[in-house]
Design a protein around this ligand. Structure first.
Ligand code: PEP
Ligand code: MG
Length: 326
């Protein structure tokens, strides 16, 4: 079994009917990045930068961040690296004083892009470091916790400004650095058609999207199965986001834990997804699940998935469309 999986390292993530699915890696450490490269990931689809800010009392300066981002870009040898701007909030153990420690509702508070835009000095430093790293290989900027168009426009303007500033200093910056939005706030998912033309790509953060859509804390075990990707509302919302992005020719990935669960692969494929970003430890399992599927047949089964009325029906659909590895 393990040996068979191991063989898939050099095989394409291609469905039986010949469609190539893009498998990106989620990464936050050196090991993740080298692992992703060795397993044939298309690139890094989500590089979480929070680790640079947590468990320390002083903020990382531009130089430290630049070296960290540049090293990921270099390690991926020409494959695209998607770096997420800091997703800090009172929910994370931040000791730099960036986040407001006593927020009543951290998940609904000043986190992600909201905090970045409130702390322009810190945000500019991070964007400078990222854009400098873009001179070493293909890099994309991903913005977390976007709730609407205003934030996307504000970040894009800032990226253009910082790029111009760096070039004026004589530093090398890629000609085009794509800027994308995480879709993880339900409002952003619903209103996406209003700002899809203002982003270069989107990545669906199903961990938070599920939490906010179902009003179910992603870290509260007492909620049991309430926090689950198998709610019919999530399937419908995912289909809508994927359709909206694809209709305008914008790349769309799922980068939440769902993307790394091979049991859910048929569902995501049926909903039209062609890019997954997942923990490298699950990459071969998901590749195997993709290779066992006929995409045309799954797409044809999307209406029956969207007709599911509860979790039990969703589970039956998944069992019906599970395919043994071969
Ligand atoms: C998500 O919310 O799905 C996600 C990928 O980001 P994080 O888990 O870091 O919030
Ligand atoms: Mg998130």
């Amino acid at each position: 079994e393990r040996k068979q999986l191991h063989r898939l390292r050099r095989e394409p993530s291609r469905t039986l009917d010949g469609v190539d699915i893009k498998l990106w890696a989620n990464a936050e450490s050196r090991e993740d990045v080298t692992g992703a490269h060795a397993l044939g990931a298309a690139g890094v689809g989500l590089y979480r930068t929070e680790f640079l800010f947590l468990q320390r009392s002083e903020l990382p300066d531009e130089e430290e961040q630049f070296r960290a981002y540049r090293d990921v870009v270099l390690a991926m040898t020409g494959r695209t690296v998607t770096i997420r701007t800091m997703d800090i909030g009172a929910d994370k153990a931040d000791r730099t004083g960036l986040a407001q420690a006593d927020e009543p509702n951290p998940a609904l508070g000043l986190r992600g892009v909201r905090l970045s835009l409130a702390r322009m000095d810190v945000f500019r430093t991070q964007l400078r470091a990222m854009l400098r790293a873009s001179g070493y290989g293909p890099l994309r900027v991903l913005v977390p916790m976007v709730s609407g168009r205003e934030e996307v426009l504000a970040v894009s303007a800032l990226v253009r400004e910082v790029a111009a500033e760096l070039r004026a200093e004589g530093r090398e910056v890629a000609e085009h650095v794509p800027v994308g939005a995480m879709i993880e706030v339900p409002a952003a998912a619903i209103a996406l058609s209003g700002f899809i033309d203002d982003v270069d790509f989107v990545s669906i953060g199903t961990n938070d999207l599920t939490q906010y859509l179902l009003a179910a804390d992603r870290g509260n075990d007492a909620l049991g199965e309430l926090y689950s990707p198998l709610h019919p509302a999530l399937a419908r919302l995912l289909q809508s986001v994927i359709r909206t992005a694809r209709a305008r020719g914008k790349p769309v990935a799922v980068c939440g834990e769902m993307a790394g669960d091979p049991a859910l692969t048929p569902m995501l494929l049926a909903l039209g997804l062609e890019e997954f970003s997942l923990h490298p430890g699950m990459l071969l399992e998901v590749r195997q699940a993709i290779r066992a599927q006929d995409l045309g047949a799954l797409r044809a089964a999307a209406p029956s998935l969207l007709r599911c009325r509860d979790r039990a029906a969703m589970e039956r659909w998944l069992r019906r469309h599970a395919r043994p590895a071969h």
